[in-house]
Design a protein around this ligand. Structure first.
Ligand code: DGL
Length: 262
């Protein structure tokens, strides 16, 4: 495998750009290709079999594009499909899972909140992680119903999202959480709104930086880190390219976003 091949990244939609941003920041020489399956978003309400099928479809497309490693920038796809992907393809996969561990190790209130999709919270992989830390901590799990749809519609800052979050966070605030784990790669885009609703002492944790670091570790261990500047990042969506272009944070938003039927 050539070091100059791209790092492939996929998500059910635009949210995984929150992970792409960290990867691009940490590994600026790497050529990244981002695939947003917005046409099929949200994954969170689909069956596990359907999530596996869509993850295979995205993987095949990224392999066709020459990916040397694939980052599954979607908690729902990771928790439901990564085991299948790892056994089916001879390429390294990096996944993203809700960061329960750091929250569980740091909470003083012994009470943490997890906001994620139904697909993630009901997965076996998540259940195993949650079981591990629920002996010493109260874990308040809430399905972020409707949030991915709103972000996919370009409405992350809308008043209606503020109202939805106020309702969703209520049981966590009542329970006295001091850590909120964002278990969906779309949710980092809600942090400004979350901060307005949560008590100021509540820390928000997402897994973006950890995924980027893990990507670097794996590329390094396989001697696949590029040493020369590769092509500029490429973005593909089977949804609305404008919405994907708008969510990519400045000053990284000058890259072209392409429509692709996949
Ligand atoms: N970004 C996906 C995740 O991390 C969203 C899942 C969905 O499409 O519902 O879970």
């Amino acid at each position: 495998m050539s070091k100059d091949k791209p790092v492939g990244i996929f998500d059910s939609g635009v949210g995984g750009t929150s992970i792409w941003k960290e990867i691009h920041h940490l590994l600026p020489l790497e050529h990244t290709i981002y695939l947003a399956d917005s046409f099929n978003a949200p994954y969170g309400e689909k069956s596990s079999e359907e999530i596996v099928r869509l993850s295979i479809k995205n993987t095949e497309k990224l392999l066709e594009m020459g990916a040397k490693i694939i980052v599954v920038a979607c908690n729902t796809a990771t928790t439901n499909a990564i085991t299948h992907l790892r056994t089916s393809y001879n390429i390294p996969f990096i996944g993203i899972e809700p960061a329960i561990k750091p929250a569980a190790l740091q909470t003083r209130a012994k009470c943490i909140g997890i906001l994620a999709t139904k697909g993630t919270l009901s997965s076996n992989l998540f259940a195993r992680a949650s079981d591990l830390y629920s002996k010493d901590n109260k874990i308040v799990e809430v399905v972020g119903k409707g949030l991915v749809e709103k972000i996919e519609q370009g409405q992350k800052d809308a008043r209606v999202v503020h109202d939805m979050l106020t309702e969703l966070l209520e049981p966590m605030i009542q329970a006295g959480i001091d850590y909120l784990v964002l278990g969906c790669s779309h949710y980092p885009y809600l942090i400004p709104t979350l901060k307005k609703i949560l008590p100021p002492h509540v820390q928000i944790i997402d897994s973006g930086m950890a995924v980027a670091k893990q990507t670097r570790v794996v590329l390094q261990s396989l001697d696949l880190l590029t040493s020369e500047q590769q092509q500029i990042p490429e973005f593909f969506t089977n949804g609305d390219p404008e919405i994907l272009a708008e969510i990519i944070p400045a000053p990284l938003n000058s890259f072209k976003v392409n429509y692709l039927d996949f």
